[in-house]
Design a protein. Structure first.
Lengths: 403, 388
């Protein structure tokens, strides 16, 4: 029997700040949280800006993990999880609960620290300690061990769609009855390795990240994490947790077109969105808002707009929130899913900032100013990644689905 | 719904191609030897030998891809050929791909970082970057074979082979796809060998699973791929499956032994079988200290004298890849109705006293097998296979 799946807790840390309230405020006002990179020297790169989590100090009281051994990615992840756990009143000790996470880099900062020291001093002389938190899959297990959770952990590395796939899989696990509750989300850090990589692909903006703009010249990278407590509705009610929103659809496809470029006709993206709509059992006209992947790169935005045009009516409001916080890679799908839910709960359309002149080849309705009079009952969030991995998620207000 | 393995493909140190691998597995022929690629490491390793990518894979788009990707592409090609799905007309949107990876394209990752450190961001290669990302084998495989349904990269330790299998099983049972290619691949790297040496997990010159001294493992490499689809669909296509996959369960808890015991019991339950129904176990055992945990955990589940074997002396430890190789070896043992043999491993640890490790008889009545994989982070994964 198919179960209904709700979100009972969310945690977020992004360039907008730590916590749901701060992110909601910044999202609503359309704050630009992109600035010059400070975590490493980017002066030799063609672009030098990004979305960093500023003033972040990790002060969680850990019972089992050693904070000094943790990579920045683990710290962002644990910070987001703690907020989600509290919001959901989720008592973790001894609970069987799958943890599904998405990340592109894992602990690459730790990997760079180890490898950099080896290149400088010789590998025979260096400590392997940084490698403890390098492997991407260790973060989920660390979280489980710290909080006493048992069960499956699954770490997706589906590039920029990683976080969305993790949430989508958690949704499927709960909906099928495989699990009554799951932790899901995504995270990634601002890392020199990745920045240099995107810079070498000439994908990093040299001006401003301007999704869907005629003059867009690339993405701004960002960092952060978002975690969801995904739960079977009756299970949530029985334990007195308050459902925030329902997850009703998930679509997953591949482009099979190019290793870094999306299929220009938007075929894979279109099929992901159609898959999510079919999964939710709703018509495209029901969707009140689309949080686009909208990277600000030439290829993605044109492709995505074509895919959206093929399914949705022209008046459907669309915005990319990446111009505000940057592209969080493995964290993007999860953080933007929180933003999508904020639009539903807050009754507003997040703005697509920095848009001056819409690309004449793009025929969709981009929301450039925060619209606080909107009624968003159903919203869709897109995530498309390197290697042609596509994911779309649909969230619906509880009143929208008759709860 | 019954789900079966309808095709297999292998690139392993014990043999490249399913026929060579099958021969090596039943003859217990080891692919371990002195390292030819990293002779200065002083370590033996399990290297893939006689691998000619250009000869197997004519598509020039992938000629410069990472070693791990090339192993994966060849294994997948063979698995699709074996399943009768290569270059045939099928709905590509109904095909899925799940890839389990531990280190990924570690050679290119290190090269890219070295260029960044020594020469700066102006000099790094974009091609090196795009081929170094963890999902590069997945993206390239999806591209090469036009797989347009769900494709996922799962990161993990030795358990990741079965984690990938578990996700693939879910995709088929949910009706999202008609078939899924499951792949796990790794490449040898001096940096990886060195790192495990620093963690005192590697032995140096020999690898003795089950041995009481737990001296450590030797690193390996390669790729294993299998095609999963419903039994009904395989039969309707006229394909003879290798074996049925009854369950694939992933779990973890605060203690490794507890994870193993609970995980194995859950895998049996999900498969609808009792411990007594299992004819043989293909263990994760690789000579490291984790063998003791595995022996104790499985010993709590299974009765005395159950045949237990490990193929790691043949393939080396290549994490998810060697786990998927173990799954395929176990499936082949069911198909042939022959128990897998262990090579000489010296004195077994007391944790394995319940098991029959010194298997001499090559044939028995195999009906179901369990494949075990154990990670360093208290995680464990199991799959139950059944003879068709």
């Amino acid at each position: 029997m198919i179960k209904r799946v709700v979100v009972t807790g969310m945690g977020i840390i992004s360039p907008h700040g730590a916590g749901y309230s701060e992110n909601l405020k910044a999202l609503n006002e359309g704050r630009d949280s992109i600035s010059e990179i400070t975590l490493f020297d980017s002066s030799s790169c063609r672009g030098t800006t990004g979305g960093e989590v500023r003033g972040f100090s990790f002060d969680a009281h850990l019972k089992r993990l050693r904070a000094s051994r943790l990579d920045r990615s683990s710290k962002l992840l644990l910070t987001a999880f703690e907020e989600a756990r509290e919001a959901a009143s989720f008592s973790t000790g001894g609970v069987e609960c799958p943890v599904l996470l998405g990340t592109t880099l894992g602990g690459m900062i730790s990997g760079m620290k180890y490898h950099g020291a080896g290149l400088k001093n010789g590998f025979e002389h260096i400590s392997p300690a940084p490698l403890v938190d390098y492997f991407a899959h260790t973060h989920a297990r660390n979280l489980m061990n710290e909080y006493g959770l048992s069960g499956e952990s699954l770490t997706f590395s589906d590039a920029c769609a990683s976080g969305a796939h993790a949430i989508g899989r958690a949704f499927r696990m709960v909906r099928s009855g495989e699990s009554v509750i799951a932790v899901a989300g995504g995270y990634d850090t601002m890392c020199e390795f990745t920045f240099a990589g995107f810079n070498s692909l000439q994908a990093v903006t040299v001006s401003k990240c301007r999704p869907f703009d005629r003059d867009r010249d690339g993405l701004a990278l960002g960092e952060g994490a978002a975690i969801f407590i995904v739960e079977e509705m009756e299970h949530a009610r029985r334990r007195g947790a308050v459902p925030i929103v329902e997850i009703t659809g998930y679509g997953s496809t591949s482009d099979a077109y190019h290793i870094t470029r999306p299929s220009p006709d938007g075929d894979g993206a279109r099929r992901a969105m159609e898959g999510a709509l079919n999964d939710a059992g709703i018509d495209a006209s029901k969707v009140d808002y689309i949080n686009a992947h909208g990277t600000g790169t030439v290829y993605n935005d044109l492709m995505e707009a074509r895919a959206i045009s093929a399914i949705f009516k022209k008046s459907t409001p669309v915005s990319s929130t990446k111009a505000m916080i940057g592209h969080l890679l493995g964290g993007a799908g999860a953080v933007e899913a929180v933003f999508t839910i904020m639009a539903i709960k807050g009754g507003f359309l997040p703005p697509n900032i920095n848009l001056r002149n819409i690309d004449p080849g793009i025929d969709i309705s981009i929301t450039t100013e925060s619209d606080c009079r909107a009624v968003v009952g159903t919203a869709l969030s897109n995530s498309f990644g390197f290697g042609g991995a596509n994911a779309s998620l649909i969230f619906q207000d509880l009143t929208e689905v008759g709860i | 719904m019954r789900v079966v393995i309808s095709g297999i493909g292998l690139v392993t140190p014990a043999g490249v191609g399913k026929e060579c691998f099958e021969e090596a597995v039943f003859d217990a022929h080891s692919g371990i030897g002195p390292s030819s690629r990293f002779p200065d490491s002083g370590f033996a390793s399990a290297e893939v030998k006689g691998f000619d990518f250009a000869n197997v894979f004519a598509d020039r788009r992938f000629r410069r891809s990472a070693t791990v990707t090339r192993y994966g592409l060849c294994a997948v090609k063979e698995s699709l050929e074996d399943a009768g799905l290569f270059n045939t007309e099928y709905n590509l949107e109904r095909a899925g791909l799940v890839v389990g990876v531990t280190h990924g394209a570690i050679g290119m990752t290190c090269d890219f970082h070295e260029d960044l450190v020594r020469e700066g961001p102006e000099s790094v290669s974009p091609a090196l970057f795009s081929d170094s990302v963890l999902n590069a084998p997945t993206g390239n495989t999806s591209l090469a074979f036009a797989i347009r349904g769900p494709s996922h990269t799962i990161i993990g330790g030795p358990t990741v082979g079965i984690q990938a299998l578990s996700l693939a099983l879910s995709l088929i049972k949910e009706g999202a796809v008609d078939f899924v290619v499951v792949l796990s691949c790794e490449e040898l790297s001096e940096r990886v060998i060195e790192a495990y040496k620093k963690f005192r997990l590697t032995s140096g010159t020999e690898m003795r699973p089950f041995n009481m001294e737990h001296a450590g493992f030797l690193c390996g490499e390669g790729a294993a791929a299998l095609v999963l689809e419903s039994h009904e669909r395989a039969l309707s296509r006229g394909v003879t499956p290798v074996a049925e996959v009854c369950s694939a369960v992933v779990g973890g808890s605060e203690s490794s032994v507890e994870s193993i015991e609970r995980g194995a019991r859950r895998a049996l339950k999900a498969a609808g079988v009792e411990a007594a129904d299992i004819s043989a176990v293909t263990a994760c055992a690789n000579g490291s200290k984790m063998d003791a945990h595995e022996g104790v955990g499985l010993g709590r589940v299974f009765a005395h004298s159950l045949p237990v074997s490990s193929i790691k002396q043949l393939t080396g430890e290549s994490f998810g890849a060697s786990t998927l190789m173990s799954v395929i070896a176990s499936a082949l043992s069911l198909k042939r109705n022959r128990v897998l043999l262990n090579r000489d491993f010296g004195q077994a640890g007391p944790e394995w006293s319940w098991a029959s490790l010194r298997v001499r008889s090559a044939s028995t009545d195999l009906t179901s097998t369990l494949v075990s994989s154990v990670g360093l982070l208290n995680e464990a994964a199991f799959t139950v296979l059944k003879r068709l």
